[in-house]
Design a protein around this ligand. Structure first.
Ligand SMILES: [Zn+2]
Length: 149
């Protein structure tokens, strides 16, 4: 059944850079939001790319945790991502309770890369809301000159 997807938060054209690490106090006259920047390239920033078509998906700086489970294997919890479109939202029973999620697909090749957490029913899981779970198998690490850990 066709369903309108609604507003897609913060993917496709913009990404927040270094949201975790505000390096200086914000000027009170400005937005508290960090600057958005259109994605074309990430100079000198290690990224995750789609393993199928090499589209840039996220900055490695945006990684929150590697200790997650995807559908078929390990998953990464990631702050923000780009070049993805969102599928239909649905309630899904995950290991940590019922979450409202939407699968996300690579804009370049339509490969399903993981899902987006819209809502967590359990209070302890609320920190996942607005974040992405991406399947490790579907991502390539582009490390530039950095060594893997
Ligand atoms: Zn792709």
């Amino acid at each position: 059944m066709p369903q309108s997807v609604g507003r897609i938060p913060r993917i496709q054209t913009s990404i927040r850079i270094l949201t975790n690490y505000p390096s200086k106090p914000m000027s009170s006259s400005q937005h508290t939001d960090t600057k958005s920047q259109v994605i074309s390239t990430f100079h000198d920033h290690p990224t995750f790319s789609c393993s199928n078509c090499s589209a840039v998906i996220a900055l490695q700086d945006e990684l929150i945790s590697k200790a997650f489970s995807g559908r078929d294997g390990r998953g990464y919890l990631i702050h923000s991502a780009v070049n993805m479109k969102m599928g239909k939202k649905e309630d899904r029973a995950l290991l940590t309770g019922v979450h409202t999620v939407a699968d996300v697909f690579c804009l370049g090749c339509n490969e399903r890369l993981g899902w987006y957490y819209l809502k967590a029913s359990d209070q302890s899981q609320k920190y996942k809301e607005g974040k992405y779970l991406l399947e490790r198998e579907k991502l390539i690490k582009d490390n530039a000159w950095k060594l893997d850990d």
